[in-house]
Design a protein around this ligand. Structure first.
Ligand SMILES: NC(=O)c1ccc[n+]([C@@H]2O[C@H](COP(=O)([O-])OP(=O)(O)OC[C@H]3O[C@@H](n4cnc5c(N)ncnc54)[C@H](O)[C@@H]3O)[C@@H](O)[C@H]2O)c1
Length: 253
């Protein structure tokens, strides 16, 4: 308890999945949380579930004005921003090999998975620099660590996010701001569960196949939120510029 006492965290995409689990966990650990989510129904439900210290701010992370407005509201409400979790993201069902994929998949994926974290860092990091402290957590993926995934646009976006994380860590650690990434394996959010049903079961190899070979590679949103909690807290003060695999060894053996 109270591992985040006194901290304010902005969590994008906190209406579902990993971000929603993190919102609950962060409030339970003493943080004030901004649920920065595009879907008002999900965002409001998440903030309610997390408790009185969570506040929903409708945000489209791909829209710079919306991100600016969210940062303004977070500062108005809580005075400072100590933690940014760039959770909003995810692959599209239609993503496929480079020679086949429809260009519209590129636009949507790069917009959400790269431009979103880019814009949020662009507007939250100056607040952290002014405070002289902060922790940013980007959400990459195991797909950036292994060359075997067929969703080629998503792979590119999540790979780029690791380089972005390293570049920002180098640039902003002298100002007291740490930037790290998490590379989750298969996390059973509703979105991912739906991917592993029907025809996609075959396309993705199936959860049982993955879990059979890598017993720790399939987990729950809370498993990843726990890693984010560590990176958000001062317990990780020596961890910077890292891309932490949380995928049961999927990329290691
Ligand atoms: N679930 C996994 O297996 C897995 C694995 C590796 C990496 N990741 C990454 O972790 C992050 C979280 O994944 P998840 O499965 O919890 O996602 P999710 O789909 O459960 O939740 C994503 C949330 O983001 C919101 N969102 C979508 N577009 C938005 C926008 N423009 N602005 C603000 N919010 C927006 C959605 O409404 C949703 O509530 C993503 O970046 C994903 O790529 C997930």
């Amino acid at each position: 308890m109270n591992r985040l006492a006194g901290k304010v965290a902005v969590i994008t995409g906190a209406g579902s999945g990993i971000g929603r689990a993190a919102a609950r966990m962060f409030v339970a650990e003493g943080a004030k949380v901004v649920v920065a989510e595009i879907d008002a129904t999900l965002g409001e439900a998440s903030a309610r579930e997390a408790g009185a210290d969570a506040r929903f701010v409708k945000t489209d992370v791909t829209d710079e004005d919306s991100v600016k407005q969210m940062v303004h509201q977070a500062k108005e409400a809580f005075g400072h921003i100590d933690v940014l979790l760039n959770c909003a993201g995810g692959s599209l069902r239609e993503d496929s090999p480079v020679t086949e994929v429809d260009p519209s998949v590129w636009d949507k994926t790069i917009n959400l998975d790269m431009k979103g974290p880019f814009l949020c860092c662009r507007h939250v990091i100056p607040v952290m620099v002014e405070q002289g402290k902060g922790s940013v957590v980007n959400f990459s993926s195991v797909v950036a660590l292994r060359g075997n995934h067929i969703a080629h646009v998503y792979v590119m976006a999540k790979g780029g996010l690791i380089s972005f994380t390293q570049a920002l860590a180098g640039a902003y650690s002298p100002k007291g701001v740490r930037i790290n990434a998490i590379c989750p394996g298969v996390v059973l959010t509703e979105r991912v569960r739906s991917r592993f049903t029907g025809g996609n079961q075959i396309r993705f190899g199936g959860i049982d196949n993955i879990a059979g070979q890598y017993p720790f590679a399939v987990g729950q949103p809370e498993d990843i939120a726990n890693v984010a909690l560590f990176l958000a807290s001062d317990e990780s003060r020596m961890v910077n510029g890292a891309a932490i695999p949380a995928e049961g060894g999927f990329s290691a053996y």
